[in-house]
Ligand binder design. Structure first.
Ligand code: 2AM
Ligand code: CA
Ligand code: CA
Ligand code: CA
Length: 270
């Protein structure tokens, strides 16, 4: 069991995340400012920035020796996993935030010397707060999530963005297309953090993305660990926490089935 220090940290983090959630909901009444990052579908708003600044300044005030790695760059310059590092996505699913005002999450993970300690994903509009403390199981709104059970792909729902089964720069569409037919269904929610939390809670049985950044999966990885799920790169190799990775997360039985029957036989790229 983690000691009192980590419990106190979790208490603060939960409080700040819920407050940030209120701040986001209040913004629904106001006009937001939208900017494009790398292309027309890669958005950031003033609210993404505001939430990241809010969380970062709270962390720095309460824990001056902790460092923050945040998507929008208000954290610290992180070169090593030394000390306590918070990995933050202020709004995961910004496109959903802008177009739907729902189906987005705040994702916060706390690592110490590279080891995961606390993972939190808050689906703001659904008011669903997922959390875990290392080794103590994963929870949804305070209710413990069961370990993932044996299942077959034919009974499974897989989270997959249509991008990866159409022409793209990262994977031959022929690799994952057969999966679309073999699964019971395919879903695409537009928030990696929510989709990984859904795998942890059994609402999805797998989720695949060919390119995610540390803040997209850092908290989800910890939740997945706590329920006996598996999270790797698309080819089964381990994920590097501080790099962009392809991410293949699933119930362990489904992970094995997809990796061996669909991916490895055809695979040529990471
Ligand atoms: P974001 O909303 O925080 O940017 C969308 O399918 C999912 O992929 C979201 O979790 C989104 O996170 C993430 N994502 C990662 N890189 C992205 C990019 N360059 N453009 C859009 N979404 C991206
Ligand atoms: Ca983004
Ligand atoms: Ca994200
Ligand atoms: Ca984001």
């Amino acid at each position: 069991m983690l000691d009192e220090h980590w419990r106190q940290l979790f208490g603060h983090a939960e409080e700040w995340i819920k407050e940030a959630g209120k701040l986001i909901k209040q913004s629904f009444q106001n006009e937001i400012t939208i900017q494009f990052k790398t292309n027309f579908s890669d958005l950031v708003t003033n609210i993404d920035k505001q939430v990241e600044q809010f969380l970062t300044s709270n962390i720095h005030k309460a824990y001056p020796d902790h460092r923050v790695l945040g998507e929008e760059g208000f954290g610290d310059f992180i070169e090593s996993s030394e000390g306590t590092v918070w990995i933050i996505d202020p709004i995961d699913g910004t496109t959903n935030f802008v177009n739907q005002q729902r189906h987005f999450a705040i994702s916060v993970a706390i690592y110490h010397h590279g080891a995961g300690k606390i993972g939190m994903i808050y689906d703001v509009v659904a008011d669903e707060f997922y959390h875990c403390l290392k080794g103590e199981g994963a929870y949804l709104n305070g209710v413990k999530l069961p370990q993932l059970k044996e299942k077959k792909l034919s009974q499974s729902l897989i989270g997959l963005n249509a991008t990866w089964v159409t022409k793209n720069r990262r994977i031959d569409p022929a690799v994952l297309a057969p999966l679309v037919n073999a699964a019971r269904g395919i879903r695409s929610y537009g928030s990696a953090a929510i989709e990984i939390a859904y795998v942890a809670s059994g609402r999805l049985d797998g989720y695949i993305s060919m390119r995610l950044s540390p803040w997209d999966f850092a908290a989800g990885m910890l939740l997945i660990d706590e329920v006996g799920g598996k999270i790797t790169r698309i080819n089964g190799e381990s994920i590097n926490l501080f790099e962009q990775n392809s991410v293949f997360v699933a119930n362990p039985f489904i992970h094995e089935e997809i990796l061996h029957n669909f991916i490895l036989p055809k695979f040529d790229k990471k």
